[in-house]
Design a protein around this ligand. Structure first.
Ligand code: ADP
Ligand code: MG
Length: 614
């Protein structure tokens, strides 16, 4: 409790205005500091960039790299050689270093699209090793083991910008300004839909796909941006030290980068800063550290994973925000202005209307010889609710997975709005407005209810990445509008009081309602609900039914998997009954109760299923 109080009390350090004052104070302070202090703080800045880069990749996007030293090296050698050999101006050399490293990260990311976890870690390790050997052997360019000296550097009085000689203090201030801008960009990114998509991929790739986030593209983006940041750090490093040798880019550097980010705290922007400060000071102040460095790093990694899973930042600072506070205020203003005059998003239709919107025809799918689905057909019109029932293991979830693009059907086709969708990826199906929930809720655990629901709107955002990164007024306005709609959905689902709670602290029923709201806000046209009532309280069941009726009222087609017949009686227009992958009944509820096949397979003589939730 005391720690929580302390954390709240120092929450102000993350305020952008406080950060700005701190940055200015550092810049001015460097004029009066000793040469060695300025040097040390210059290293802190470089380490901040490296740790942020690891954080973005690992802490935010959940991807692994054991070869980040290579990106540092690519940046360092690029900037050093461009300036030393061709006399390219410093800013151009640094931009080139950033871009070349980004390109390398982009290439490496193709591996991340194909392999995962352990194998990916090994691949990045291999990448780092190859780079290290390349630097040692390519003597003509890198100087080999003898290294590359004479790199323009402030300490040698050989670095200039725009014709002015740049001393160590001016170089520090230059790096400080650039790092501050980078941090501001990262902050905007983390609180934008693109940044939140990284967290979604981290938490569950399948869930991310279900809200329209492309997993391969997002991972590629994460590697590219992360490599760019470390490449920039490499450029800074080259000119700070004036000499590059292969030993600066070996495995220990990659490990050091990981340790900084992990011990500082993954998943937040302040964690990497804390990590960078600690791990620049420690080796400097503790001389014995040099000999035992690798061992100490190893120990710290082990200890922090066990004792401090969220690092120093998790211990000392309040949780990060993933929505801009200003956007939340904007949403409130919009709500006040619109109160009473707002109409529902789509025209209300009480009748089911028109031709079928979604048709899954003759679907077949086998898992290693097991016929999970065999000639199943499901048609649904706008505003229609279809109950999908059957014993456990009869293929209900599999049918939802086929429609939502997680599985390709072995036979048959799925069409939406007259166009085939059974060849599309799950995120492409989601972007069309065919949305689903999961049998076990899949949310971003560290996100609040509001942040999780906002994720559902990912497919509706119109702003580009640049507008998001610069936080342009148009992007800001859009964010406020999205949040206002999120607040409406939360009210409908009865989640308003819990909106700012991290979902991992909430009971199962609230998590289910959060996932349902994530679909509700996304302007769906078809909604597939996989046992949404499982584990809900009486009150929550009423809310669930309300939400489903609102969807119907908006003309949305709803497929509802459910075992409670009372719940279905009140809601559905028709039912489809599956048994062992085959469709044994299709039609109204009344007919179903009298159908011998359904009674035999599912309902029993009581007229109620003997199988309940697994
Ligand atoms: P339901 O949702 O109706 O309870 P499922 O669709 O989950 O049933 O499963 C239907 C059948 O397919 C079950 O026998 C299940 O074991 C099998 N199945 C589902 N997914 C897979 C999978 N990924 N690999 C192998 N078998 C699977
Ligand atoms: Mg199921």
């Amino acid at each position: 409790m005391m720690l929580t109080e302390l954390r709240d009390r120092i929450a102000f350090v993350a305020d952008p205005r406080v950060v700005l004052v701190f940055v200015l104070a550092l810049g001015i302070g460097s004029e009066f500091a000793s040469g060695s202090t300025v040097q040390l703080w210059s290293f802190v800045l470089i380490n901040v960039l490296i740790a942020q880069s690891i954080n973005l990749l690992t802490g935010v996007a959940g991807q692994i790299s054991l070869g980040h030293a290579a990106f540092l090296g690519i940046g360092a050698y690029t900037s050093a050689l461009l300036m030393k050999t061709w006399g390219v101006p410093l800013p151009v050399a640094l931009v080139a270093a950033t871009l070349l490293s980004a390109a390398a990260g982009w290439l490496l990311s193709f591996a991340a699209g194909r392999v995962r976890e352990f194998y990916l870690a090994m691949m990045t390790l291999g990448f780092g090793m190859i780079f290290y050997e390349l630097v040692r052997e390519w003597t003509a360019v890198t100087g080999g083991v003898a290294g590359l000296s004479g790199v323009p550097a402030p300490s040698l009085k050989t670095l200039s910008l725009n014709g002015y000689a740049m001393g160590p203090v001016a170089y520090f201030q230059f790096m400080l300004a650039v790092t501050a801008v980078v941090m501001w960009q990262l902050r905007n990114f983390q609180t934008s839909t693109y940044g939140r998509a990284f967290f979604a991929i981290h938490a569950s790739e399948v869930a991310a796909g279900s809200i329209g986030v492309a997993r391969v593209g997002t991972k590629r983006e994460a590697y590219t941006i992360s490599a760019a940041l470390t490449g920039l750090a490499g450029g800074f490093y080259a000119h700070l030290v004036g000499y590059l040798g292969p030993e600066s880019f070996g495995l220990h550097r990659s490990v050091e980068a990981l340790v900084m980010a992990v011990v500082g705290g993954l998943g937040s922007l302040s964690g990497p800063v804390l990590g960078a400060i600690v791990f620049t000071y420690l080796p400097e102040k503790l001389q014995f550290f040099a000999d035992w460095q690798f061992m100490v790093y190893g120990l710290l990694l082990m200890v922090s994973f066990v004792l401090l899973p969220k690092g120093l930042a998790g211990l000392l600072l309040p949780r990060s925000r993933y929505i801009k506070a200003s956007a939340q205020t904007g949403a409130q203003k919009l709500a006040d202005k619109n109160s009473g005059i707002r109409s529902p998003a789509a025209p209300v239709t009480s009748e089911t209307s028109g031709a079928a919107l979604l048709v899954a025809k003759d679907i077949g799918l086998s898992f290693l010889g097991l016929r999970a689905l065999d000639g199943v057909t499901l048609e649904i019109r706008p505003g229609q609710i279809i109950g999908l029932v059957g014993p456990n293991g009869s293929g209900k979830s599999t049918l939802v997975n086929v429609i939502s693009g997680i599985y390709r059907p072995g036979a048959g086709t799925v069409t939406f709005d007259g166009k085939p969708i059974s060849g599309l990826f799950d995120h492409e199906v989601a972007r069309l407005g065919v949305l689903r929930t999961f049998q076990d809720p899949r949310l971003v655990p560290a996100f609040t209810v509001r942040e999780n629901v906002l994720l559902g709107m990912h497919r509706l955002y119109r702003q580009g990445r640049v507008a998001a990164a610069l936080n342009l007024p148009s992007a800001h306005r859009e964010e406020a509008e999205m949040l206002e709609r999120v607040n409406e959905a939360l009210a409908l689902a009865g989640l308003t009081a819990l909106a700012d709670m991290p979902v991992k602290d909430l009971p199962y029923g609230d998590q289910r309602m959060t996932e349902l709201s994530r679909v509700l806000v996304a302007d769906p046209r078809v909604v597939l609900l996989d046992e949404p009532a499982a584990g809900l309280s009486e009150g929550e069941l009423v809310r669930l039914a309300d939400v489903i009726r609102v969807l119907k009222g908006r003309g949305v087609s709803v497929v509802l998997i459910e075992h409670h017949m009372d719940f279905l009686d009140d809601l559905v227009d028709d039912v489809v009954v599956l048994d062992a992958g085959k469709m044994i009944y299709q039609g109204g509820m009344e007919g179903m109760y009298r159908n011998p096949a359904v009674i035999a397979a599912y309902l029993g003589r009581e007229g109620r299923p003997e199988v309940t939730h697994a």
